[in-house]
Design a protein around this ligand. Structure first.
Ligand SMILES: [Zn+2]
Length: 348
């Protein structure tokens, strides 16, 4: 019985190795089918002495597996050969290496945002995100910008089509509404940064774009004053640029802070004025100030007990200064000739 099984295996494997696709199907039936050779052999198993049955049974299973594997392997081989013949007929060589993918890199804005998020997390801040489609209330009212306030015109807001009975919606013009959202959700005391995209109806030029990126910073606690704000701003700038940046502070007006400031950086592109600094040799970098009591109250925070500072950081502008990019329109261009210039390690 064992000899017959071994003999069957030898013959079967030989025939399979030479078979074409049609012959393989026939072989499958002739060997393993209901009236196949192996099946017939196995029927004789019952006639063997009891002590031989387990050994012969195991061998029979081995033979069956070997035949099944050989059938499968031969089928794969034939399939691959047919495919290669097809490709060769079409003039393709499947053994040539592929086109490959160049390694990706983070967009300069994303690289700056990640770096700053890491920095602020290490200082105990939480990172919070708000929606890009924002309610009029969050974007303006809660930030002390009433309906008749000229700031609403200044920002040239992109409004969504009104739906009767629903709050008016706009594309957020700044990341400041996240101040309100974070304060309402997390309460005071609070240290939060909120990176994100903002939208303005701008005439585009080297420094103005309809979409750009900001990072809002907010600290609310007892006894917070201007020195805290100045310290945070200088830590941030030194970290981002890895060198001292010459800055100046001047009064600035934003309805949601009092007092308000503008932090400018010395233009890195010129000594005597250029299109980026519009001839002034200074680039607006970071507006900020002490959070207006109306904003704290609108977010449900007691302005008698708490005070805070907030700043808005232009992520696009920081990236421009950091890498010497002299036109903001590159940022949203999606142009690989531009994006390919940033090192992969700026990503992660
Ligand atoms: Zn300049």
């Amino acid at each position: 019985m064992r000899d017959r099984l071994e003999e069957l295996r030898r013959r079967a494997l030989e025939r399979i190795a030479d078979a074409d696709a049609g012959a393989l199907d026939e072989l499958h039936g002739a060997l393993l089918g209901r009236s196949g050779e192996l099946t017939a052999l196995l029927r004789g198993l019952g006639g063997l002495p009891a002590e031989e049955r387990p050994l012969v049974g195991r061998l029979a299973n081995e033979v069956k597996s070997a035949i099944q594997e050989a059938l499968e392997a031969r089928r794969d081989e034939l399939r691959r050969a047919a495919l290669e013949a097809d490709l060769a007929g079409a003039g393709l060589d499947p053994t040539l290496p592929g086109a490959g993918r160049p390694p990706g890199a983070a967009h300069p804005v994303l690289a700056v945002a990640r770096e700053l998020q890491d920095l602020f997390r290490s200082l105990g801040f939480v990172v919070w995100e708000g929606p890009e489609v924002e309610t009029e209330e969050h974007n303006f009212d809660a930030l002390n910008i009433p309906p008749d306030h000229p700031a609403r015109d200044v920002q040239d807001t992109i409004w969504l089509v009104d739906e009767p009975g629903r709050p008016r919606l706009c594309l957020r013009t700044h990341t400041s509404p996240v101040q309100v959202r974070a304060l309402r959700e997390l309460g005071a005391p609070l240290q939060v940064v909120a990176p994100g995209r903002v939208f303005r109806q701008e005439a585009q030029d080297a420094t103005h774009e309809h979409s750009f990126h900001q990072m809002e910073g907010l600290v609310v606690d007892r006894g917070i004053g201007v020195p805290h704000m100045l310290h945070a701003m200088s830590v941030l700038l030194e970290h981002v640029f890895g060198r001292r940046i010459e800055t100046r502070l001047r009064p600035g007006f934003f309805p949601f802070v009092e007092p308000g400031f503008e932090l400018d950086a010395r233009c890195p592109f010129c000594r005597a004025g250029c299109r980026v600094c519009k001839g002034s040799c200074w680039v607006e970098l970071m507006p900020g100030g002490l959070v207006h009591p109306h904003v704290l109250e609108a977010a449900g925070v007691d302005s008698e007990e708490y005070s805070g500072f907030a700043f808005g950081l232009g992520l696009s502008r920081i990236a421009m200064l950091k890498w010497g990019i002299d036109d903001i329109r590159w940022m949203m261009s999606g142009d690989l000739r531009f994006l390919g210039q940033f090192p992969a390690q700026a990503g992660r």
